[in-house]
Design a binder for this molecule. Structure first.
Ligand code: ZN
Length: 407
């Protein structure tokens, strides 16, 4: 793989183009083993400066081209030996040319802010942290078959938070043909934040990944306890790679469930800007799969009946009529145990598969302590104080629920 950055900062930002080597393949695998197919070999990032440490350019590019790189990568400017080593250790990739001084870590933690409940909860923990918001824009050569994704609405909400905000615009999601436009690696959401790292003096970037994604093998791969999570563990391949460029990955809410992030978000000063639905304009659409899943969590947190126009015949409901396991299963159990009259809703069938009680799901109301331990010392005390005051830590029994999940 060969990558080249071009352009100057301004309306069109920086353009990344990349060329596959003979051994590279059009269909690659993201770090969670999910197959992803390449659509095109260029993309742009706006709202970022043209000057940054070469390691930042290299890592920003890697978040985009990693799935399709098999053996080696050649950057258009020399990188530090530490970054080359981290790429070799994590992926077995030869990276070069080598010859830059390492970038020292800055002192600021910024939040990679999406506006969803998890992201808002992470932001609440670090009330003074600036936001970097990634906004999808159209690609000049790839038709947008996903027009219902209202990135403009999410950007507007981010602007209303009152936080210091850096808005990054990018069409990088259109480098992906399949499964749909999206981040080639989950970390590509940080590509713009990385290019801004010198400007913002970043030493850390906080993401809204919660307990399920960090420790339970949630999201696109199914659940079992994953202490060595390749994507989000501080000691994982990506964690060490980000650390090598002086931008530590921090998961402020990595120890708590989506029930806790939902509660924290709805109790926070940012509650009017919370939006997990990618489709709605004046509010959440209420009929997509994500709205249904979040309604399950919100109803459980608020201990009220489920409020949805969807029925067991609706397409988003089909997933919950099948046998488990499924991603986010811990939150389904949590909801089944807490929502009044759940047996008269589209989740009735799921009751057959679980024997969930408030007691058996209480661990989802507390924080898994190792999640705070893996936050770098500079930012750990604040996380610990926040968790102690607002959430509370798991008991040894509850910790065991995490560490035996799916095993
Ligand atoms: Zn929706």
């Amino acid at each position: 793989m060969r990558v080249t950055w071009s352009g100057t900062t301004g309306a069109t930002g920086m353009e990344l183009s990349f060329r596959l080597d003979p051994e590279d393949e059009i269909t690659g695998k993201a770090s969670d083993d999910y197959p992803v197919k390449l659509a095109t070999n260029s993309c742009s990032i706006g709202g970022t400066p043209a000057d940054a440490h070469p390691d930042l350019f290299a890592l920003a590019a890697w978040t985009i081209v990693a799935p399709w790189t098999r053996k080696q990568i050649t950057f258009d400017r020399a990188i530090s030996p530490g970054l080359a080593q981290a790429l070799h250790d994590g992926w077995g990739i030869e990276a070069g040319p080598v010859g830059a001084e390492p970038r020292p870590a800055g002192s600021t933690l910024a939040i990679s802010y999406s506006g969803g409940a998890d992201s808002v909860a992470a932001a609440t923990m670090y009330a003074e942290a600036p936001f970097v918001h990634f906004r999808r824009v159209a690609h000049p050569r790839i038709p947008n078959r996903w027009t219902h994704y209202r990135s403009d609405v999410l950007a507007e909400l981010a602007a209303q938070t009152g936080r210091e905000l850096a808005m990054v615009t990018s069409d990088l999601e259109f480098t992906l043909a399949e499964p749909r436009p999206g981040y080639p690696e989950h970390h590509a959401v940080a590509a713009g934040a990385l290019l801004l790292a010198d400007r913002l003096n970043l030493g850390a970037l906080g993401f809204g990944y919660e307990l399920g994604s960090r420790w339970l093998g949630g999201d696109r791969y199914l659940g079992h306890f994953t202490p060595d999570n390749r994507m989000w563990a501080a000691h994982g391949a990506w964690g060490r790679l980000f650390a090598a460029v002086g931008v530590h990955i921090v998961l402020p809410v990595g120890g708590v469930s989506e029930a806790v992030t939902m509660r924290l978000a709805l109790e926070s000063g940012l509650k009017d800007q919370v939006r997990w639905c990618l489709r709605g304009t004046d509010g959440p659409c209420r009929v997509c799969g994500k709205c249904l899943y979040k309604e399950l969590i919100q109803a459980a947190v608020e201990r009220r009946p489920l409020d949805t126009p969807l029925t067991a015949k609706s397409k988003p409901a089909q997933k919950w009529l099948e046998r488990p396991p499924y991603g986010g299963q811990e939150m389904v159990e949590y909801g089944l145990a807490r929502i009044p009259d759940i047996e008269h809703t589209l989740f009735a069938k799921a009751l057959d598969y679980f024997d969930a009680t408030e007691e058996s799901t209480s661990w989802l109301d507390h924080c898994y302590p190792p999640a705070i331990d893996e936050i770098p010392p500079r930012w750990r005390d604040q996380a610990n104080a926040f968790i102690t005051a607002n959430v509370g830590y798991m008991t040894p029994d509850e910790i065991r629920r995490v560490e035996t999940w799916g095993l």
